[in-house]
Ligand binder design. Structure first.
Ligand SMILES: Nc1ncnc2c1ncn2[C@@H]1O[C@H](COP(=O)(O)OP(=O)(O)OP(=O)(O)O)[C@@H](O)[C@H]1O
Ligand SMILES: [Mg+2]
Length: 340
C-alpha cells in the first residue's frame, strides 16, 4: 500500500503562499465580480434569522474560467487563506487525479473525500478515465457537504474537447459541470502589467528591454546565486525525459535556483509538453530560473505542433515563463517578494 497523500502537503504552493483578496486589483468588470463572489463564497455565513424559510439554493462549487494571467489562481488561493474552515485543502487537478488513482476510489473517498473546502487548480478532464474518477469523487465530497472552488482555462461544458471523444461523455461532463456556478474572467494577462507596476515602484530595470522577450540576456543570468544548477538546453531536455513528471517539483526544489543556457525552438510536442510541465512546477514553486539562448520567448514552441488544445498550454507556459524571467532580472529583490 503506497503512503497516503498527506493533507499537510495540500496547501497553496510558494507563489500563492500569501496572496490575499486585498492584493487583487480588478482590471475588468468581470474580475471585480469574481473578486466579490469568491470572497462571499468563503465568508463566514451568518445563521439564518428565519431558519424555516429556505435560503436561495446556491451551487456548492465556483468555477473560475478564463485565459491565462487573469488572476484565477490568485483569487482561489486568496479564498483558501481567507476561509475559516479547518478542513480545507488546496491541490492541483492532476494531484487529485493521481491521489484517487493511487488510493483507489473507495479509499480515496474515505480518506480524502471529507474535507469542507476543496480548492482545485487547473481543472482539466483530459481522458475518460479521469472524467469518471473525478465525477464520482466530487459527487461523494459534495454529498458530504463539501464546497469546491476550481480554476480552468476551459469552460466546463467544453471540457474534453480536442482531448478525447467528449461527445460520448457528455452526461458525465455535464454532471460535473452542474455542481458549479461559472465565473468567466475577462481581461488581459496581468503578468505583463506586473512588470510595469514594479518598474514604477522600484525604479529598477531601466536598462532591461522588457518589451523584448529575446532570451539573450546573459547579463541577467549573472545575477543567479552561487550554487545555482547550471545546465544546457539539451541537458535539461534529456533530464526531463528521464525523470517522471510527478518528480519534477521535488527535482526543481532540490536545485534551489537554475540557469539554463542555449535555449532553442523545441522541435516536437512531446518535449514541449514536458517543458510546459517543468515551467508550471517552477512557476508554482517560485524557483528562481534564468533561461538564455538565441530564440525569442514567443518562438519557443514550433508552429508545427502549437495548435488545438495544446496551443493554450504553450501560451500559458510562455506567460508564466515571462513572469519568471522578469523576476529573475530583478533577483534577489523578487526572491522575498512582499505579500501581494
Ligand atoms: N487583478 C490582479 N491584481 C493583482 N495581481 C494579479 C491580478 N491578476 C493576476 N495577478 C498576479 O498575476 C500573476 C498571474 O496570476 P494567476 O496565476 O492567478 O493567473 P491565472 O489566471 O491563474 O493564470 P493561468 O491561466 O496561467 O493559471 C500572479 O502573480 C498574480 O498574483
Ligand atoms: Mg492559474
Amino acid at each position: 500500500m503506497p503512503p497516503l497523500p498527506r493533507h499537510d502537503d495540500w496547501i497553496p504552493p510558494p507563489r500563492f503562499g500569501a496572496v490575499a483578496f486585498e492584493g487583487y486589483r480588478p482590471t475588468d468588470p468581470s474580475q471585480a465580480e469574481a473578486l466579490a463572489r469568491v470572497a462571499a463564497f468563503v465568508a463566514p455565513r451568518p445563521r439564518p434569522r428565519w431558519p424555516w424559510r429556505s435560503a436561495p439554493a446556491e451551487r456548492p462549487g465556483l468555477y473560475l474560467d478564463g485565459g491565462f494571467g487573469v488572476g484565477k489562481t490568485h483569487l482561489m488561493a486568496a479564498a483558501w487563506h481567507a476561509s475559516r474552515e479547518e478542513r480545507k485543502v488546496y491541490l492541483s487537478f492532476a494531484e487529485l487525479v493521481a491521489a484517487i488513482g493511487t488510493l483507489g476510489v473507495h479509499a480515496a473517498h474515505e480518506n480524502l473525500g471529507r474535507e469542507r473546502l476543496y480548492c482545485i487548480d487547473e481543472f482539466e478532464l483530459d481522458d475518460p478515465g479521469n472524467t469518471l474518477l473525478v465525477k464520482r469523487f466530487l459527487a461523494f465530497a459534495i454529498g458530504q457537504g463539501a464546497r469546491v472552488i476550481t480554476t480552468s482555462n476551459t469552460a466546463p461544458g467544453a471540457q474534453g474537447e480536442g482531448r478525447f471523444d467528449a461527445a460520448a461523455f457528455q452526461r458525465e461532463i455535464q454532471s460535473v459541470a452542474a455542481h458549479f456556478a461559472v465565473l468567466s474572467l475577462q481581461g488581459v494577462d496581468y503578468r505583463t502589467q506586473l512588470v510595469e507596476d514594479q518598474v514604477l515602484e522600484n525604479e529598477v530595470l531601466d536598462d532591461d528591454a522588457l518589451d523584448d522577450d529575446a532570451l539573450d540576456d546573459d547579463a541577467a543570468a549573472a545575477r543567479a546565486p552561487r550554487g545555482a544548477v547550471e545546465a544546457t538546453w539539451e541537458e535539461l531536455h534529456a533530464a526531463l525525459a528521464r525523470i517522471h513528471p510527478v518528480r519534477y517539483g521535488a527535482w526543481l526544489r532540490s536545485g534551489g535556483a537554475w540557469v539554463i543556457r542555449d535555449a532553442r525552438v523545441i522541435p516536437d510536442q512531446q518535449r514541449a509538453l514536458r517543458f510546459v510541465h517543468f515551467i508550471d512546477k517552477a512557476y508554482d514553486q517560485r524557483v528562481p530560473l534564468w533561461l538564455t539562448g538565441g530564440v525569442r520567448l514567443s518562438a519557443l514552441f514550433d508552429p508545427s505542433y502549437a495548435h488545438g488544445a495544446y496551443r493554450k498550454k504553450h501560451d500559458r507556459a510562455r506567460s508564466r515563463l515571462g513572469e519568471m524571467l522578469r523576476e529573475a532580472r530583478r533577483y534577489p529583490a523578487e526572491a522575498n517578494a512582499p505579500t501581494k
